[in-house]
Unconditional design. Structure first.
Length: 509
């Protein structure tokens, strides 16, 4: 049936089945493109709710000046609500299914579509977690079935994942990608595996953040700050988990774990415990943060902040990484000495995410007074985040003094335990490894992987571009150190990453 697949210009009537949050947004998007839409729900009550949601969205667009009154009426005139599936799909060039994520419901629906649709009608599912291959395999014409995964809110979010199964014809995938562009979206192509691109990369990263929290690597606030300030992401991982819903995230991780196995997708015990306690995030009022007040509750302020030490020992490294810091401390009126003495309140060494700060602390002879510092810059050489790294032997007051010093000289600082990768590298480098594995396994191209994460998650640069900027060899060294320290095979650099590191090759030209 591949030769019978309809072309993008021929898609004039689209049936959207399921008018929940996603379905109503998809129906609005398609109608805005000038196409006729049949909007189908299981009964009149759900149909009325879905159409009301769609009208509210259009009304907001008019209020914001993004749509004229006449345009809204023209869009609504192109949408025909119906509760009759057979009649609603009879003339459809494309059917987009957005019903609940239950395979039994989808199997029943696709059997109906087989009987009611034309042979050249494309069937697209908006599923975010179920096997599209399993859905297609039960249909009469599996070559015309593919995934068309929109992101919420569909009229606004630019990304669409076009998912092909081993049964999908190239013409079907090409048509859906071209249609997505015609709808004003940016399509990325991916083969049918759990999580597609975005969820398969996002959820293990979020899960890793939970592991860092439950193993006391850092506070929730510092983990989130490491991501937003250090990596430039729009939201910290724990805040994002609260927004997505901890129960939803747990369910996606379980799907990923079932397909891929390994520790990377195994839900962190703390995530499961919070779900057991019904602390699901924003929607329940509490998750990693407390939302029962006007703003999320943060950790209590320290009403007895540490004073800034009068003398700081700065143990220089051969790369001059601490030269600028020495100038800043001196400018703040604090004495800087090259080696600690009895008068020294704080000893600072350059921290390397591949090595323990403890070794430098022992070499300095004052391990309880030593703090490592690792600067993260925005690519312009100017530090935007200082990671203060504490060996477990560091005295409690030393950490407070280090944070007070950072505030005094105007550094945005987070505190991390002395574990390879610290915070920013631990979070990001493990995800870079996942992204390379995706490319290595023929799952998606480097450009589609980066585009998906930028448009789907608001990344300023895609993970493979960030990997190139960090240097593949450096990333391999840090991952090796993380693997050696934890024994977790998830941190073993994938073969393609190790090969690129050895050859000095970049993933993005």
């Amino acid at each position: 049936m591949t030769s019978n697949v309809i072309k993008p210009a021929g898609i004039r009537e689209v049936t959207v089945i399921g008018l929940g949050l996603m379905g109503s947004g998809i129906a609005e998007l398609v109608a805005r493109s000038g196409r006729r839409v049949v909007a189908i729900e299981i009964n009149q009550e759900f149909l009325d709710q879905g159409m009301a949601r769609l009208r509210t969205s259009l009304d907001k667009a008019v209020t914001r000046g993004k749509l004229a009154d006449t345009e809204r009426e023209e869009i609504l005139a192109r949408i025909r609500p119906s509760a009759d599936i057979a009649a609603g799909v009879a003339n459809a060039d494309l059917v987009i299914e957005a019903i609940p994520e239950r395979m039994d419901l989808k199997r029943t629906l696709y059997a109906e579509l087989d009987a009611a649709c034309r042979a050249d009608t494309i069937l697209a599912t908006n599923t975010s977690s179920l096997s599209i291959t399993e859905i297609a395999g039960g249909t009469q014409y599996p070559a015309r079935v593919a995934g068309l995964h929109f992101f919420n809110p569909a009229p606004v979010m630019k990304l669409v994942e076009v998912i092909s199964t081993v049964l999908t014809s190239p013409e079907t995938s090409e048509t859906l990608a071209l249609l997505a562009r015609d709808l004003g979206k940016t399509p990325v192509q991916v083969s049918d595996r759990a999580g597609f691109i975005v969820n398969a990369l996002l959820l293990p990263y979020l899960n890793h953040a939970v592991r860092l929290l439950e193993t006391a690597q850092a506070t929730r606030e510092d983990i989130d700050t490491a991501a937003t300030v250090g990596l430039g992401l729009p939201m910290g991982p724990l805040t994002l988990l609260d927004l997505i819903g901890l129960d939803t995230s747990l369910a996606v991780l379980e799907v990923l774990q079932a397909e891929f196995g390994g520790t990377r997708y195994m839900p962190a015990p703390l995530l499961r415990k919070l779900c057991d306690a019904r602390l699901f995030g924003r929607k329940s009022g509490r998750g990693f943060y407390d939302y029962r007040h006007s703003t999320p509750a943060a950790a209590a302020e320290d009403h007895h902040p540490a004073s800034v030490p009068a003398e700081v020992a700065l143990i220089r490294d051969s790369d001059g990484l601490l030269d600028e810091l020495a100038s800043q401390i001196t400018a703040a009126g604090i004495s800087v000495v090259p080696q600690p003495s009895a008068r020294t309140g704080l000893v600072i060494v350059a921290a390397d995410p591949k090595h323990r700060v403890l070794d430098a602390a022992l070499a300095a002879g004052h391990p309880a007074d030593v703090v490592g510092i690792r600067f993260i810059d925005a690519g312009d050489g100017k530090p935007r985040l200082a990671q203060l790294v504490l060996p477990d032997v560091t005295a409690a007051g030393t950490a407070a003094e280090a944070r007070a010093l950072a505030a005094k000289v105007g550094l945005h600082a987070v505190i991390s335990r002395d574990r390879p990768g610290f915070l920013t590298e631990a979070l990001s480098y493990a995800q870079f490894n996942d992204a390379v594995r995706m490319f290595q396994d023929g799952y998606a191209s480097p450009s589609d992987i980066d585009t998906a994460m930028m448009l789907g998650c608001g990344y300023p640069r895609g993970p493979l571009q960030m990997l190139d900027d960090a240097g593949p060899a450096n990333v391999v060294d840090v991952l090796d150190a993380m693997h050696a320290a934890t024994g977790d095979p998830a941190f073993t650099p994938v073969p393609l990453l190790a090969e690129y590191a050895t050859a000095g090759t970049r993933f993005r030209s």
